[in-house]
Write a protein that binds this ligand. Structure first.
Ligand SMILES: *Cc1c(COP(=O)(O)O)cnc(C)c1O
Length: 395
């Protein structure tokens, strides 16, 4: 009798009690809007921004309505607009090209390596071919490219980098927090990311003017002085009148439930990584399996697990997924012609002119992906590892 896993891949942990009581307190106060404070009271949202800025060692932080909002707000805050070309990963999630399109700009896709990071040779090539001066670097599925090399490259070519850290909140490169290598770092607090408020996001930077524009864009009205993690009010003199309001604020309810989770992020990261290492260990040295290389410098937070079956055909991968699913292990495949769930691909974004990405297509056609919810125990992960290993061997 073969073993079957019965856990649910979409089941998150409940929110911590501290988050629930903080949320109740906000609801009892009725003051859900971030600027609805009494006298010198600091709102939950304001406190969260101060704490998040501190956690990544950033001068300024703004919390917003979603990760995707943070990305488009970042682009607008540095003046990217109509017709501008923005370099970005061909392998990423839909909100990334979507945020570029939202400001009227056009994504220029860059190829993906076998280790699931942006291809630096292709980045240089595309930058030189198109003359684009902006890179939205997506740390897709938490895999971090050589940040030293990409910074040198950007500096060389005069490229401004925005980091999409939806999957790297809490992660680092040589000890420096992810999101602190580019001019702006963007994060998501959507349910499947590292802290959970249903929807939400952050934008961090050390550049005062950029943050002032982002604050105005997010819909601060003339309350920009109520941002403890924002620049000096004097800086807003012109910016407050020259910048459109495109409301995308965070509210106190979400901020209240995020603060205790942020305080616990390090422990959560360790819990994810312990689970990841079990899965990685199960498939390491298994014939036909390629595991993405994880450099020593990468301080990852592995909230998901990826592996490739480079020599397998589409039909054998579909058959493998089917066998895994019968044993309770739900895998996502990026090779499917039609997008399912979250797995859309550069060629599914039909609002863009089609770009040829042969290397990315080859990588994605053999890439399998699995979420690691923290409701799974270490034993659960051992069981999943055994199932995957057996079904690879059976293929
Ligand atoms: C989730 C995600 C985002 C932002 O998503 P929101 O749902 O808007 O918070 C951005 N990039 C990637 C790679 C993501 O997975």
């Amino acid at each position: 009798m073969s073993e079957v896993f019965t856990g649910v891949f979409t089941q998150q942990e409940p929110l911590p009690e501290a988050a629930i009581s903080a949320a109740v307190a906000v609801m009892k106060s009725g003051r859900l809007h971030r600027y609805n404070t009494v006298a010198d009271q600091q709102s939950e949202t304001d406190l969260l921004e101060v704490e998040f800025a501190r956690s990544v060692d950033a001068k300024y932080c703004l919390s917003v309505a979603s990760g995707g909002y943070a990305l488009s707000c970042a682009l607008r805050a540095i003046g990217v607009g109509n017709g501008d070309l923005v370099l970005t990963n061909a392998f990423t999630l839909a909100p990334v090209p979507g945020s570029i399109a939202a400001v009227g700009a056009v994504p220029v896709f860059v190829e993906t390596t076998e280790d699931l990071v942006i291809d630096l040779d292709d980045l240089r090539l595309k930058a030189e071919q198109t003359g684009s001066k902006v890179l939205m670097l997506s740390h897709m599925r938490g895999h971090i490219v050589d940040m030293d090399a990409i910074q040198v490259l950007c500096c060389d070519l005069g490229i401004t980098m925005i980091e999409d850290c939806a999957h790297t909140m809490g992660a680092s490169w040589k000890g420096k927090p992810s999101g602190r290598f580019g001019l702006i770092g963007c994060y998501s607090t959507q349910t499947y990311k590292h802290i959970n408020s249903g929807e939400g996001g952050f934008l961090v930077t050390d550049k005062a003017e950029v943050m002032a524009r982002a604050v105005m864009l997010s819909g601060s009205y003339m309350f920009y002085g109520k941002h403890s993690a924002g620049p000096e009010p004097e800086l807003y003199k012109d910016i407050s009148l020259d910048t459109p309001n495109n409301s995308g604020r965070m509210d106190n309810l979400r901020a209240a439930i995020l603060r205790p989770q942020l305080a616990n992020l390090r422990a959560q990261a360790e819990a994810w990584n312990a689970r990841y290492r079990i899965l990685e260990g199960a498939l390491r040295d298994v014939d036909g399996v390629h595991l993405p290389y994880r450099p020593q410098a990468e301080g990852y937070v592995a909230s998901s697990f990826q592996f490739r079956l480079p020599d397998w055909s589409d039909t054998s991968i579909l058959d493998f997924m089917d066998r895994c699913l019968k044993r309770g292990v739900e895998l996502k495949w990026f090779g499917r012609d039609e997008p399912v769930g979250y797995t859309s691909r550069h060629d599914s974004w039909r609002y863009l002119e089609r770009q040829q990405m042969p290397q990315t297509d080859a990588v994605l056609s053999t890439l399998l992906d699995m979420r690691i919810p923290l409701t799974f125990s270490l034993e659960d992960c051992e069981l999943i590892g055994r199932i995957l290993k057996e079904e690879v061997a059976a293929g």
